[in-house]
Design a protein around this ligand. Sequence first.
Ligand code: FE
Ligand code: CA
Length: 528
Amino acid sequence: MDSTARHILNLHRRGALRGALGLAALAALQPARAQPGMPIFRNYPFTLGVASGDPLPDGVVLWTRLATDPLASMGGLPHVAFPVTWEVSEDDRFTRIIARGEELARPELGFSIHAEVTGLAAAHSYFYRFRSGREVSQTGRTRTAPAADARPERLRFVSAGCQHLEQGHFTAWRHVAEEADLDFVFHSGDYIYEYRGVLPSQPSWGPILRTHQGDEIHTLDHYRQRYAQYHADPDLMAAHAAHPFIMSFDDHEVDNDWAGPHSEEAGLPPFPIAVPPEVFALRKQAAFQAWWENMPLRRAQLPRGPEITAYRRLDYGRLARLHVLDTRSWRDDQPCGGTPAVQRPCDALGRPDQQMLGTAQEAWLMDGMAGATWNILAQQVLVMPRDLPGGMVNVDKWDGTPAARERLLRGIADRRLGGAVVLTGDSHNAWVADLKLGDAIVATEFAATSITSLGDGSETLASTPELLSRNPHIHFHSARRGYSLHDATPARMAVMQRVVPYVTRPGAPREDRGVFVTEAGRPGIQRG
Ligand code: FE
Ligand code: CA
């Protein structure tokens, strides 16, 4: 018996059964006959579900994270490495297993598993699961990308993000789980919110359904715990188990409205005490490590200190090329005061050297925009300019870096990309807009609303009619919660907003809002 098994056996003998997890209790009652290296868990270890992500033509990443007690430090596990087996099958009963392997769930990485499976068939759906000791995980379904030279007839995906745990039920994720034939789900970030749990005495936006554990998060252990609190949601778990995800992050995975080396706490009201960049770097390091541990990402995205290379490209044959962008790590600090994000315009908005992507990522994007019918920029903050009431400007969006936006749109125009589509999150509202360079429409932006953030929401806001009349390039605005569903062929992309009428009660039905169509070779909205 190696030290791992001995350690767990000791834990098993010592541990009192906890009633919450029925399956786990059963497992713990079985006689502790351990094979060498075979862990015996006191409680069920797959409490955080399974996920897959970043599909390639020959494989995907399979993810899980062991935790017998999700909210406890280190998930309630002893600090040893646990062997975990993964299996990929043609059928959901695992009678035709076609690939199998073993990885270690290491304490250094929060007991997460990231199995980069290869050797699978292109454009093919598979089932997968994990085993450790006697325990078996839930079954997930995933799908590989088409071959590099394939010309698929269809690509179907969801764009979604902003899932504040306290502000609503993840019903929209349940509806995503039930979507048929998705190739992938793009997550635009705000997977967690870093804020402290709402206090009973605190004024809030509405009813508090469930509460973040603890204070605002700053340390690795606390970021891990926050992810565990989110992953334990059954609707989110079901969405991960149903489709591969392509993950990005926005601000709340680290700190509200952070920008490059700058935290939200800039030394101006309402944050009079600034956080020095070298101190904020330590928080970013903890936040990125926890993000990587908790997402189905490849080792290429493992952070190095306070830096992470999250921008990357995923191809769906010749039909679509997805450019996943990072609009936080190398952007300029928000100009014109910056906090709150809606400010009066200032001279800094006229600077020609403004950065949203940073020079390296911008050059990488320009080099790679080609080669597919649809070039999809999967990113976070609104690219569309918005003429807001009162002449105000939201400096956290691309409106805060108009010179960077102009370079982006000029790059698209110069390459004559007939199918440039931007996916966006962050604003907690759905928007559909033509993106213009001068008078020419060069791309189309589809911003998904939030899964829960800002609560039940409403069909429109009081400001919507004025917003739409001041901004004729914007075709649609909704303040409902939900996601956007994209159906692309070589000729057209149809995009539907799928919304839920409420999130403060469980079980909301799915409702469909306007379908907008953009045609390949004709940027902008043709039909709505
Ligand atoms: Fe958000
Ligand atoms: Ca955000």
